[in-house]
Design a protein. Structure first.
Length: 92
């Protein structure tokens, strides 16, 4: 199931990144789906298997909801550390 979960996670990542309107960002997709990132939730293959099982039993939207609620907050925190939002930009 890990292989299926990996594919579902990759699809989620690509849809999310494209939904941000900034085009294709392979580096961002890699950060969102890497084993190193997934290890925040446990063994990477087990996390992927959990996603795969959800997909098989309840469908794509259920798997996406789990990713959104369980993984996305950690991903967003990671991204803020990498590129904190610009504050006080004057536009000069």
């Amino acid at each position: 199931m890990a292989w299926i979960g990996d594919a579902v996670l990759a699809l989620y990542a690509r849809r999310r990144i494209l939904g941000e309107g900034l085009g294709i960002d392979n580096e961002k997709a890699i950060r969102m789906t890497s084993n190193r990132f997934l290890q925040i939730m446990g063994e990477a293959s087990e996390v992927e298997a959990r996603i795969g099982i959800l997909y098989e039993r309840k469908g794509l939207e259920a798997a996406f909801r789990w990713i959104e609620t369980e993984l996305a907050p950690h991903y967003e925190k990671q991204e803020r550390r990498i590129a904190p939002p610009l504050r006080g930009k004057t536009g000069i």
